[in-house]
Design a protein around this ligand. Sequence first.
Ligand SMILES: NC(=O)c1ccc[n+]([C@@H]2O[C@H](COP(=O)([O-])OP(=O)(O)OC[C@H]3O[C@@H](n4cnc5c(N)ncnc54)[C@H](O)[C@@H]3O)[C@@H](O)[C@H]2O)c1
Length: 371
Amino acid sequence: MGKEFASAAARWCHLSGMPAKPEIVAICDVSEDVRSWFKANIPSIRLSTGDYREMLADRDVEAVYCAVPHNLHEQLYCDIIRAGKHLLGEKPFGIDKNANDAIMSCISEHPGVFVRCSSESPFFPAMQRLGQMIENKSFGQIIEVNSGFLHSSDLNTAKAINWKRMIKFNGEYGCLGDLGMHPCHMPFKAGWYPKNVRAILSNIVRERPGKDGKMVPCETWDNGTLLCETLDPVSGELFPMTIKTQRIAPGETNTWYFEVKGMRGCGRWSSRNPRRLEILEYSGGLQAWQQIDMGWEAAYPGITGGIFEFGFTDCIQQMWAAFIYELMEGKPKSRFAGCVTPDEVAYSHRLFTASLKSQCEGTTVEIGDRN
Ligand SMILES: NC(=O)c1ccc[n+]([C@@H]2O[C@H](COP(=O)([O-])OP(=O)(O)OC[C@H]3O[C@@H](n4cnc5c(N)ncnc54)[C@H](O)[C@@H]3O)[C@@H](O)[C@H]2O)c1
């Protein structure tokens, strides 16, 4: 993910009217190979180190993007914040709720440091349009919301184990910690916070080949489906919301989807067909879905003409534009053009922790009020 940011920063000229430009002056990775890639490709790098403390001591470093395994989030994020550097951290923002609580305390002790969590799918133009529809209350009373993030490469049982499949590095949340913030991003920005959850989690593949090819336990949850009763702050009514995170979803390479069904309108998008936005508007007459092919209509404008396609690397760059815009201007360009806030990611920990309890007890678990 660090390489993705480096590439987005290298083509910053793509964007127009940004209040600042990121310059990558220092990099840190324990792997010499990874550092070599950065040094070969990013000429602005002045410090390359395997010790992040050395990077934090560098006065030229104003902000840090930190993308490391989940067991390191608490220590590294807190050290970055204590060093007075702004932070874009990766999800899940702590391996578990205790780690996230510690990060949240550190953030509140350093109010001058700007902290956000990485999550990029809402920056696809169709998702931005759905966000505008939520802001304009175009859906009417909400009937149901479905949001998910699906992968399929774990269908291959010969795929070797890596840190994301080990509790020690990835955490007890399994697929929820690894994938879960993504499908929570749009609902939370909409103000749709689950009040309770019934979770069904499955560990489908229980062993995978280790480094030497011998089978080792694979203990993390592969797939999770959360059914949540959620309050719509506009109508004051409850509605069902499903959040799916699956590592074993046959045929799905990296599929984000988001669907809203309401009494006056419906909308849906999936990264399977990233241009395509589907909308149904209802005012008592025909109930017909329209299909709109969205072009390059980004929240942060750029040089690409509106007729061209928008892709994953654009969406990463838009997320970075959102981080830098809010850092400089003090607020995001619009509600859905902002990165995930620490409060939003902290709520995801409450949801995932309640989901583990729900799975363990086979019951619906209350999450409580947002505050
Ligand atoms: N936003 C997204 O779409 C997205 C996608 C993938 C991963 N992620 C998140 O990004 C983070 C990293 O995941 P990844 O897929 O990039 O993992 P990765 O294993 O590809 O990269 C992690 C890097 O951290 C380095 N590292 C490990 N310990 C370190 C230390 N002590 N100091 C410095 N560097 C160290 C490793 O050498 C490695 O290069 C995770 O939090 C993951 O959830 C986000």
